[in-house]
Design a protein. Structure first.
Length: 254
């Protein structure tokens, strides 16, 4: 069972060798438990990939896909190669075992360096949790996707819908505090042993129980105020208007 004591131990384990990353780690962990996707933005060398792998390591499932994307990345490297036996029967079915459509957690580094064709193939995986494999549409087990980059998606590439899927967008900046920096370069950290990992059954239990939670009216009022302020901004800034649709429900779910 996931309780406060277990979460506290997990966060102490994650942050034991990190500096100034406590809030980032907490939000990523929350998103993974809540089946939401995360985008980490920051310059090279700030530990984005290390944080992602550290958080993924606290889950019992070993079904984890890790890939560094680039402009020459191919669909086969992410979704799996075509099965030769199926090709002979004119069926474009992929061998997805060990690739993104078959895992519980995934990390895609330098995500925006890949081609729009590959990136837009992620849309149904992130939103509907389904993947078109040959003649069949299969349900993917993906619970959480962490992506990272030191850039944002280019305009006019049709990537707005994918970027919108990342409910949490976090900045991972260089260490600012002098004491934290000294601890980091001298590797002054206390290893916190992970007593117990998070099971898939525990995640399912949390998701089921979250359905019966009543959202406090104060929270709804804040969201309503937030929406009103966006409307005011949009009326004054037609060229840079902000549009939010499904995000409100995603925020409440998180």
């Amino acid at each position: 069972m996931i309780n406060n004591k277990k979460i506290k131990n997990i966060l102490e384990h994650i942050n034991s060798d990190l500096q100034e990353r406590e809030e980032i780690a907490s939000i990523i962990l929350l998103c993974m438990i809540a089946n939401k996707s995360v985008f980490l933005y920051g310059p090279p060398g700030t530990g984005k990939s290390y944080i992602a792998r550290k958080v993924a390591s606290v889950f019992e499932s070993d079904k984890f896909f890790d890939y560094l994307m680039g402009k020459f990345s191919t669909p086969e490297e992410i979704f799996g190669p075509f099965k030769l036996s199926e090709l002979k029967q004119d069926n474009l079915e992929r061998d997805i075992e060990g690739f993104l459509p078959s895992v519980d957690f995934a990390f895609l580094d330098e995500i925006w360096k890949s081609s729009p064709a590959i990136l837009n193939s992620l849309l149904t995986i992130l939103n509907e949790k389904i993947f078109k494999n040959g003649k069949e549409t299969i349900k993917v087990p993906l619970k959480g996707l962490i992506s990272a980059s030191n850039e944002f998606p280019q305009a006019n590439q049709g990537l707005e819908a994918l970027y919108d899927r990342f409910i949490a967008r976090l900045e991972v900046m260089p260490i600012a505090n002098k004491d934290s920096f000294k601890k980091f370069i001298q590797n002054e950290s206390k290893e916190v042993k992970l007593k117990e990992k998070i099971k898939n059954t525990e995640i399912e239990e949390v998701l089921e129980k979250s359905k019966i939670i009543t959202i406090d009216e104060k929270v709804l009022d804040i969201l309503e105020l937030f929406r009103d302020n966006i409307s005011i901004y949009n009326n004054e800034n037609k060229d840079s208007a902000i549009y939010i649709s499904r995000k409100y429900k995603m925020i409440l779910s998180l």
